[in-house]
Structures are given as structure tokens and as C-alpha cells.
Design a protein around this ligand. Structure first.
Ligand code: DX5
Ligand code: ZN
Length: 223
């Protein structure tokens, strides 16, 4: 099981003030964020539209932290190169978004980026079975993707535990990340189930900039 000191917090900028995005990224960086989680939505794979590679590129000069780019788009292959060039460090794609996920993961790695695979709530853990050697991160969606501020789906904790076993069997350093409905109550339960990266939008940004540091510490289990 992941040790508490290795827990990483990835604030989702979906809950930031979009009119002040550069400032918000600097603020969560200074407040102790480990990864900057960037939610990309296309109004097709998910029912919402957010940001594209141009915004990622503009944000790059505001932080040197890991840019954890979560692509909720279909098709996805035509955009991978753009997000890589924009400065993504980890590029995560949904297994449900393409019939050729193996090829997509190879494409991400061929560009020198870390490859992540994301599973919707209804997708079983076994979806990673023939892909685990191609990934650096597995993302369990604990809400249906599309919006911040939704309620945590309890059944995903079993999936996390199963994926933790699967990842440990490989002996490789693969991140196990959870995204959706993570707050001070669900964070410790997700950690106990085996995640080492917590995405948190609402819980990080609530209370405004003065609260970011305390929010991040509390999510990590330090306070
Ligand atoms: C949902 C996004 C999440 C979302 C999380 O589709 O992938 O990253 O912003 O928001 P909270 O933490 O508010 O549930
Ligand atoms: Zn996300």
C-alpha cells in the first residue's frame, strides 16, 4: 500500500477562476500541489467543453510542476502531439475513447511523455490487462467525467484495490490516481484502498487562495 509521505495531490484547475488561470496555477504551485491536473473536454466524449492545447501552452510558463493532462476527447490521436508540444508531462487517455488504445499509449511514449490510461466508473479493472506495460499512470474515475463537484461513486474503491494489486505485481513505479468527488472524507478512504495520487478540484479551490495550502495539506493527510 502507498505510504502517506508518497501521496501526491493534483488540484484540478477545472474549479479555478478561468479569468485568472495563470495566477491560480501559481497559487496552487506555491500551496504545495504536486501535479497540475488539466481537464480537457470536447463536448462529444463528455457533455462539457473546457480547454485546448493553446491554454496548456500559456500556462506552462506559470509552473514547473508536472502537468497532468486528462484528455476526455474522442477522437484523441489527432491531438496527442499538440498537447505534448504544449508542455504536458503526463497525457492520460480514456480506454473508452478509442478502439486502438494500445497504439495511442505508444504514441504518447514515442513523444517522450508519460502515458496514462483512464477508466470510467462502469469500466472494469481488467481493461488494463494487456496495457499495463504501456502505462505510467492508471486513473480511476470516481464520477462520470464531465463536471466538477459531483458525488463520489463508492464502488470505485474496490476497483482501486484491484488495480493496486495489479500494479504491485508489475514491480514498476506506476501512479494510481483517482478523480472525482475527492474531499476530506473520501481522500483517506481512497488512500487506504491504494491510490497514491488524488485529483481534487472543488476541495482544493474552496475558500479561495488563502485556503489552498491548508486544503492541500489536509487532502494529503498532513493536517
Ligand atoms: C471530471 C474531471 C475532474 C473534476 C474533479 O470529469 O475529470 O478532474 O474536475 O472535480 P471535483 O474534485 O470537484 O470532483
Ligand atoms: Zn480529471
Amino acid at each position: 500500500m502507498a505510504m502517506s509521505q508518497s501521496i501526491r495531490i493534483a488540484p484540478s484547475i477545472l474549479s479555478a477562476d478561468f479569468a485568472r488561470l495563470g495566477e491560480e496555477v501559481r497559487a496552487i504551485d506555491a500551496a504545495g500541489a504536486d501535479y497540475i491536473h488539466i481537464d480537457v473536454m470536447d463536448g462529444h466524449f463528455v457533455p462539457n467543453i473546457t480547454i485546448g492545447p493553446g491554454v496548456v501552452k500559456s500556462l506552462r510558463r506559470h509552473s514547473e510542476k508536472v502537468f497532468d493532462v486528462h484528455l476526455m476527447i474522442a477522437p484523441v490521436d489527432p491531438y496527442i502531439e499538440d498537447f505534448a508540444a504544449a508542455g504536458a508531462d503526463i497525457i492520460t487517455v480514456h480506454v473508452e475513447a478509442t478502439p486502438h488504445i494500445h497504439r495511442t499509449l505508444q504514441l504518447i511514449r514515442s513523444l517522450g511523455k508519460k502515458a496514462g490510461i483512464s477508466l470510467n466508473p462502469s469500466t472494469p479493472a481488467s481493461a488494463v490487462d494487456y496495457l499495463i506495460d504501456e502505462v505510467d499512470l492508471v486513473l480511476v474515475m470516481s464520477v462520470n467525467p464531465g463536471f466538477g463537484g459531483q458525488a463520489f461513486i463508492e464502488s470505485q474503491l474496490d476497483k482501486v484495490a484491484e488495480l493496486r494489486r495489479r500494479i504491485d505485481e508489475t514491480g514498476r513505479d506506476i501512479d494510481l490516481e483517482i478523480d472525482g468527488g475527492i474531499n476530506f472524507e473520501t481522500a483517506p478512504r481512497a488512500i487506504a484502498a491504494g491510490v497514491n495520487v488524488l485529483v481534487a478540484g472543488t476541495a482544493t479551490f474552496s475558500g479561495g487562495p488563502d485556503a489552498y495550502q491548508a486544503n492541500i495539506r489536509r487532502l494529503r493527510g498532513d493536517a
